[in-house]
Design a protein around this ligand. Structure first.
Ligand SMILES: Cc1cc2nc3c(=O)[nH]c(=O)nc-3n(C[C@H](O)[C@H](O)[C@H](O)COP(=O)(O)OP(=O)(O)OC[C@H]3O[C@@H](n4cnc5c(N)ncnc54)[C@H](O)[C@@H]3O)c2cc1C
Length: 382
């Protein structure tokens, strides 16, 4: 089966949905098709992904423009960064950055649902938009411009270009604790990788856990009974937030970096995880993908909302070249920073451990550096 549109977006995850919504919001007459492997009915997404995702304030501002901000979210007011059993710690607060929140934690499923609902509302005013739900083999997209938003997780993608296998997995889940300060996030660097405990919308004592470790220990932790799991977590995290009482929804993800050097080719363009898949240590993957989608929507609207003579393949190619150029600094910085953190914070070499402690201490005592780093995480490179 073939689809004939000006634009085809392949992939109905958060990034593909957001891109479609921004195009249609700016240009409701756009001749656009979205190819979506997910079922049309929201109820059928019930088993969908429950990982907690940190969204930056910049992403909230972007999603608000299409009324796609999920109701169920928890704000982060403070982030405490430390290393298990070593010196060095840093605390970032919203007051230092003069922001209402440093970030927000939302479950993947809730972002996905909010975007589907937002796109349905925009669809009502978009006469040339087709939202095609596909099962089995995907049709080969036939359009003037093909946007790849197929996403995927490291090691499940059918392409590998540049990157790194960190030999790590992330175990995620919801953990109940005795005594957590509301709106606080903890990131603790352990010998095997980062361990993050993040607020959730379920209340201040139920927190999202992201525990990175070697694939073997993560698999072992996945299979432990609840009591042994909670004891192991307590031993690694310490007693800062009292006792860990309950754990649920444990899942495992393999982690790595996979990114394309070229994000455009002829009439094709890659965005979100289809362009770059990152380690979650800095919570940047979806934030970066949303910025991809927003900027691409602007470029495509400029081509297809113009008069017919501006819709030639040369116009499209120059818009895509300009898109690739405008994403360069943000992509390079975010990929580089995330890769650096993933490697530095998992090394056990004595000089690296020492440098890391010094860096965290320096971060604490050098407010301009801390602010610059936090701003990069919140808004990306502009
Ligand atoms: C443990 C973990 C924690 C994370 N934490 C954070 C965080 O804190 N902050 C952050 O910003 N990011 C985080 N991320 C990254 C984030 O989840 C991804 O960057 C984000 O999901 C990418 O969205 P996407 O739409 O590009 O891809 P996906 O979410 O993978 O969605 C792609 C969609 O396309 C569909 N699809 C695939 N192929 C086709 C096809 N041929 N035709 C049609 N449809 C297709 C798929 O079914 C899927 O629904 C984390 C990731 C992991 C694994």
């Amino acid at each position: 089966m073939s689809t004939k549109s000006d634009i085809v977006i392949q992939g109905g995850g958060p990034v593909g949905l957001a891109c479609a919504a921004w195009i249609l919001q700016k240009f409701p007459a756009a001749n656009l098709t979205l190819l979506d492997r997910n079922p049309a009915e929201d109820e059928k997404l019930t088993a969908a992904d429950s990982r907690g995702i940190a969204l930056s304030h910049g992403s909230k501002i972007l999603l608000d423009t299409i009324a796609a901000w999920p109701h169920d979210c928890a704000d982060i007011h403070r982030v405490h960064v430390s290393q298990a059993g070593r010196f060095g710690r840093a605390l970032m607060t919203r007051e230092e950055l003069h922001q209402d929140a440093l970030g927000h934690i939302v479950r993947y499923r809730d972002i996905h649902l909010a975007l589907r609902q937002a796109l349905r509302a925009i669809q009502l005013k978009s006469p040339n938009f087709t939202w095609q739900h596909i099962e089995g083999e995907a049709p080969s997209p036939d359009a003037k411009c093909v946007v790849h938003a197929e996403g995927g997780l490291f090691k499940t993608q059918d392409w590998v270009e540049s990157g790194r296998d960190y030999g790590q997995s992330a175990l995620v889940g919801l953990v109940e604790v005795e005594n957590a300060a509301p709106h606080q996030a903890w990131e603790r660097f352990t010998a095997e990788g980062p361990l993050a405990v993040l607020p959730s919308h379920y209340g201040s004592n139920i927190l999202n856990l992201v525990w990175c470790g070697s694939p073997e220990s993560s698999q072992h932790r996945l299979q432990l009974n609840d009591e042994d799991f909670l004891n192991a977590l307590q031993a690694e995290f310490g007693s800062r937030i009292g006792r860990f009482l309950k754990i649920r929804d444990r899942r495992l993800y393999e982690l790595g970096l996979n990114y394309r050097k070229q994000i455009t080719k002829d009439n094709e363009v890659w965005i979100g995880n289809a362009a770059q898949t990152l380690h979650p240590v800095a919570g940047q993957g979806l934030n970066l993908g949303l910025r991809d989608a927003f900027l691409l929507a602007e470029k495509l609207v400029a081509v297809y909302s113009g008069s017919a003579e501006h819709q030639s393949s040369t116009e499209l190619q120059s818009a895509l070249a300009s898109y690739a150029q405008s994403r360069k600094a943000d992509r390079t910085t975010t990929i580089g920073l995330t890769d650096f953190m993933a490697r530095v914070f998992t090394s056990n070499l004595a000089p690296v451990v020492l440098a890391r402690g010094l860096a965290l201490t320096a971060l604490q005592w050098l407010p301009p550096v801390k602010t610059a780093l936090a701003r990069q995480m919140m808004f990306g490179r502009r």
